[in-house]
Design a protein. Sequence first.
Length: 248
Amino acid sequence: MTSDDRRGIAPETPGETPGGKTSKSDQTRSLILETAMRLFEERGYDKTTMRAIAAEAGVSVGNAYYHFGSKEHLIHGFYDRVTHDHIATTRARLVGRTDFASRLQVTLETWLDIAEPYHGFAVQFFRNAADPDSPLSPFSAESYPARQTVVALYREVLAGSTLKLDAEMAAILPELLWLHQMGIVLFWVYDRTPDNARSRDFVRRTTPMVARVTTLSRYKLLRPLVRDAEKLVRDFIVPEGIDRQSPR
């Protein structure tokens, strides 16, 4: 189930009519989302109302609520957009690459490229996302489907590499790689260097370490540690009410 299915609203990715044109509904949805992102950055998330977003976008308040049931849904729409663009761009950049460390670095650097235009808004967003009770939290049940989409990307990153893993490790590692990305995201939020240079350097320096640990995880000596780490993720990070069994 996608995050859009969960919310009962149209997918963020613009759909096309039989003639190949983006539908008017999807155009309106994109306009509302773009307007919201700009106002959130200019005024702050808490001070921006749905009424203000509708007025700035030139649509009725009812129309805004038709596409996004609340401000939280707008944030999830933003997250879905970044996730979609990240996955599509990463797949294109990974063509022809089989070295795992290279594939991992490309995936993380691509996220920085896609997210960079929203850096000014990121602090506003993460102030709310840091609240453990907020549906905006990346660890919330509301965010879980989108999170699993990114986990699936890391499954592709592993599967397309020359790294040899058995079924157990292939099932465990993608979620741990997603958790590594979340550490990169947190560092990026507070990075004030031009072009997020420190974040990019952080990716370059941590990727070889993560790749080495991932490579060593196929050896029986380290498997118990990997299993323990994956169990910690499922016991403490997977939201309540979600199936906590590994997808083996």
